[in-house]
Design a protein around this ligand. Structure first.
Ligand SMILES: Cc1cc2nc3c(=O)[nH]c(=O)nc-3n(C[C@H](O)[C@H](O)[C@H](O)COP(=O)(O)OP(=O)(O)OC[C@H]3O[C@@H](n4cnc5c(N)ncnc54)[C@H](O)[C@@H]3O)c2cc1C
Length: 395
């Protein structure tokens, strides 16, 4: 039996930030992830750029400074980065904050114990129990909250309305002119027409080639998979297989039938499937589309969402962005109704289907984690409920 103050489940932008901020406040923290590096979609998802980097949090500011200093920051709208360096900086921050990291470790189960939670993990050690005073679910899918008994929603009414999934991929030898981030739809149309293929087979109408700063390789956002269930293992697997099929088709067509791209090389598909949307817990406050339109302000503000409501359609290959007014992300939306000593951070916090299309970006998720880590530490140090945390105890 191993005892922790805080266990953070999942090391994506929200989880790694929660672990670092709780660790910096002197908490004994365990952070585990099923992958072999930190960052979630930032790293293993090949996602770039870092939207809502404007969140003025210590962790984001430090990361940007480190990436700038090593020439690994810039490119499209000045917010793209090299994900291999991102992994390294995140790992170092966790180590410096005294966080225990466990890779290749999958969540198995959770149960209530006196004064906290027993979290059961599965890795090369076998099935192992860990106890904590506060558990933070940062898995993106709220898998831990679900097992702990939290209520949740998905889509408008079910998974078929969830945004399209994308399997990102990495290419090398990108042509001159692709110096930042570029919509390559017209170039794809030329390639498909030269190949005698129907342009309706191009998976996504707003595809981007996003150069990694100061390299000749780029991540590509081009695949779109529809109708797959993000909470069903067999369905998710089919989405990955379909994503890989799209990558090979699109890459081969572009390379062989558009002379501008004749030298490109394929390097890898992303280790993590890009799921834009799955469970959203039912929390003490649900962020709504009206909050995003009206620019709602809250006393328990964690971060401020600047980004558009960015919806990749659930079918048809399109993307729609709706302007919002900057709105606050309240701490109450991290607290699942009916659960004590438990927080949810990242894209699976409590909000409606449309509002999450704005606050799901990585800068917002990192800011959520930063505040959740502080809140957990203050609740433990001051022996108080998470529901009684005051605004100044969040930052
Ligand atoms: C294709 C795509 C493109 C995007 N583009 C951008 C962009 O350009 N800019 C931007 O800012 N945002 C972008 N987003 C949104 C953003 O990437 C996500 O919303 C954000 O990463 C969510 O952060 P998170 O911390 O909630 O979860 P994630 O980043 O998904 O991290 C979750 C972590 O939990 C781990 N995990 C999950 N389940 C388990 C388990 N059972 N056991 C152990 N570990 C587990 C995962 O391995 C992962 O490391 C994009 C999203 C997608 C899908």
């Amino acid at each position: 039996m191993r005892n922790y103050d805080v266990i953070v489940c999942g090391g994506g932008p929200s989880g790694v930030s929660a672990a670092i901020s709780a660790g910096r406040k002197g908490m004994k923290v365990l952070l585990f992830d099923k992958m072999n590096s930190l960052g979630g979609m930032w790293t293993n998802g090949f996602v770039c750029p870092l939207f809502d980097v404007e969140q003025d949090t210590p962790i984001i500011n430090e990361l940007v400074d480190e990436l700038k200093d090593s020439n690994n920051w810039g490119g499209f709208i000045g917010k793209s980065f090299n994900f291999e360096f991102m992994k390294y900086y995140l790992e170092n921050k966790c180590i410096d904050a005294g966080v225990d990291i466990l890779y290749d470790t999958v969540f198995s189960n959770i149960s209530k114990i006196d004064g906290g939670w027993k979290v059961i993990l599965n890795n090369v050690d076998g099935i192992v129990d860990y106890n904590c005073k506060i558990c933070i679910d940062a898995t993106g899918d709220a898998v831990v909250a679900d097992k702990a008994g939290a209520k949740w929603n998905i889509g408008e009414t079910d998974y078929t309305q969830c945004q399209a999934m994308t399997l990102m991929f990495l290419i090398g030898n990108i042509p001159e002119g692709y110096t930042s981030m570029k919509n390559c739809y017209n170039e794809l149309v030329i390639a498909y027409e030269n190949a005698g293929m129907n342009i309706d087979k191009i998976p996504f109408k707003v595809p981007y080639i996003i150069r990694i700063p100061n390299t000749n390789f780029a991540v590509v956002q081009l695949t779109h998979m529809y109708g797959y269930n993000p909470l069903d293992a067999a369905s998710k697997t089919k989405a990955v297989i379909e994503g890989r099929r799209q990558i090979i088709e699109v890459f081969s067509t572009l390379k062989n039938y558009n002379p501008i791209f004749k030298d490109i090389e394929i390097i890898s598909s992303a280790p993590l499937l890009g799921v834009r949307e799955s469970r959203r817990i039912v929390g003490e406050y649900e962020i709504t589309v009206q909050d995003a339109i009206n620019g709602s302000k809250f006393a328990d503000k964690t971060g401020e969402c600047h980004f558009n409501m960015d919806v990749h359609d659930a079918s048809g290959g399109d993307q729609h962005c709706t302007q919002i007014k900057r709105f606050d992300i309240p701490f109450r939306s991290f607290i699942p109704i009916g659960l004590e000593n438990f927080l949810v951070v990242g894209r699976c916090i409590s909000g409606d289907h449309k509002a999450m299309a704005a606050y799901r970006v990585t800068g917002d998720c990192s800011a959520m984690g930063d505040c959740a880590g502080n809140a957990a530490a203050n609740a433990i140090i001051k022996n108080k409920s998470l529901r009684d945390i005051t605004p100044d105890e969040l930052h």
